[in-house]
Design a protein around this ligand. Structure first.
Ligand code: GAL
Length: 470
């Protein structure tokens, strides 16, 4: 017999329990964790349309060497406890010496059989002081473009890939909307100088990564942990993109150029699909990291909200349509486990059977497929501007490449308008706070001798590129 007291309690709890149940079921239905049976899949049943752009990517700070910017200063500084900020105390210093070795590196790109090289221009070298442009640095990038074209390779330029000149960083960088004008001025200058050689322009690389690492986790410069500021920075980066887009498109022949942003999408999956708190955290993270920017381009509305901050809300109708293409970066997914710890109410934790890369995430090709399906809704052509694996033993690279490309091809067959795929990265390089230990390169780099050696696993990429480059 159930007592009256128990009956009362049960009736009080029934409604919230039912609501939580409905919430969990709705989340499960809306966010399936797609899993394919790779034992059944023939990875060679891929297809890519004629003219598909096969490429490789790098960024200036990670490969060039001798940068004097917010990152080089960060690398030389220490945490409050006196330990270095970068894994193993690494510093970028000469990196791959790509600034001096670009001609040899272009030969390496050519040897892969690809037809595109995505690289970034280093703002701190081009404009070392506010308003003072170094013509020799601009000439350097012109020379790079000319050498690429001579080798039959199309240059794709990124204007901002995480690094700022010190003068810009010291005035608050993208924390202040008023500073955006400096980035627009720089972008116009670079555009005017390189437009004879460059048709495809990426404005800003991964605004959400720049924001969360620099202003939420505080592990990248400027090392702040301030959700409110993170929201402002994220908004300002999107505004900066739109202003640069408008500025470049309104140049005399601007219409002839393709201008887009590079957006990283990382699906968030709950550790326990029956845990409503895991789902709740996933949806917050997804909003901040993925959906906020996607909404901005689809609706002109942006909102950013994390516990402990006032929601940042912004409406800019010119956000809609300020893209000729969207660059999509995807590497994997994240698995979220909530916990009863007010200082750290969730952590990322994977199942023991997930096949891990050397980074803190697994090989999960379905992630790129899911990410494509999301950015597809913006209705502009997609370029996969980055995808690749850190794999120092080179025993997963081959499988990673063939499976992720299978996923890309499947999305194309199902109607996604994907114009190209650029592998990250051409060669091992300075992997931000992870330093030199992460080996993303198709070419291995010996950082003592600067000798580059093609990895075995990379040949899978070369074979696929050759097959679809006729
Ligand atoms: C991206 C970033 C690249 C590179 C890559 C590998 O987020 O744009 O610069 O670091 O990740 O982790």
């Amino acid at each position: 017999m159930i007592s009256l007291k128990t009956k009362v309690w049960l009736s009080i709890l029934a409604a919230p329990a039912a609501l939580i149940f409905i919430y969990v079921i709705t989340m499960q239905v809306r966010n399936p964790e797609t899993r394919w049976d790779w034992n059944e899949i023939e990875v060679d049943t891929i297809d890519f349309p004629p003219g598909f752009q096969w490429g490789v990517a790098t960024s200036s700070h990670q490969v060039e060497g001798n940068c004097n910017n917010n990152w080089s200063r960060w690398e030389a500084s220490f945490k409050a406890d006196g330990t270095p900020r970068i894994h193993n105390g690494d510093r970028s210093i000469v990196a791959c010496d790509h600034w001096n070795r670009y001609k040899e590196d272009i030969e390496l790109i050519k040897a892969l059989g690809v037809s595109v090289y995505r690289f970034s221009v280093e703002w701190s070298k081009i404009e070392p002081e506010a308003g003072h442009f170094d013509e020799s640095a601009i000439q350097h990038y012109r020379d790079v473009c000319l050498a690429l074209k001579a080798a039959g390779i199309t240059p794709v330029v990124t204007l901002h890939h995480f690094t700022n000149p010190l003068w810009f960083e010291d005035m608050g960088a993208f924390e202040n909307e008023a500073n955006i004008r400096y980035f627009v001025r720089f972008s116009q200058r670079v555009f005017d100088s390189l437009k004879d050689h460059v048709a495809i322009w990426c404005t800003i690389n991964e605004p959400a990564v720049y924001t969360t690492q620099g202003y939420f986790n505080g592990v990248w410069p400027p090392g702040k942990q301030n959700p409110q500021l993170a929201g402002e920075v994220m908004k300002n980066l999107l505004v900066a993109h739109t202003r640069v887009y408008e500025a470049l498109k309104s140049r005399v022949d601007g219409k002839n150029y393709q201008v887009g942003i590079v957006k990283n999408v990382f699906p968030f999956d709950p550790y326990n699909r029956w845990n409503p708190i895991d789902w709740f955290v996933c949806s917050i993270l997804d909003g901040v990291f993925n959906q906020g920017a996607l909404d901005y381009f689809q609706t002109g509305k942006f909102s950013f909200s994390l516990p402990g901050m006032d929601k940042v809300k912004y409406i800019n109708k010119s956000g809609i349509g300020s893209l000729d293409f969207i660059g999509l970066n995807n590497y994997s997914h994240q698995r979220v486990k909530s916990q009863l710890n007010p200082k750290e109410f969730f952590r990322f934790e994977f199942y023991p059977n997930e096949e891990m890369t050397d980074m803190f995430y697994p090989i999960y090709p379905e992630a790129i497929y899911r990410s494509i399906k999301r950015v597809k809704d913006i209705n502009v052509p997609i370029i996969i501007t980055e995808n690749g694996i850190a794999d120092k033993n080179d025993d997963h690279r081959r499988r990673y490449i063939e499976r992720y490309l299978y996923a890309v091809s499947k999305a194309i067959k199902e109607g996604a308008d994907i114009r190209g795929y650029y592998y990250w990265s051409l060669m091992d390089n300075f992997e931000w706070s992870e330093g030199y230990e992460m080996k993303f390169g198709l070419y291995e780099v010996d950082f003592t001798t600067q000798i580059r050696t093609l990895r075995e696993g990379s040949k899978r990429y070369m074979d696929i590129v050759a097959r679809f480059s006729q």
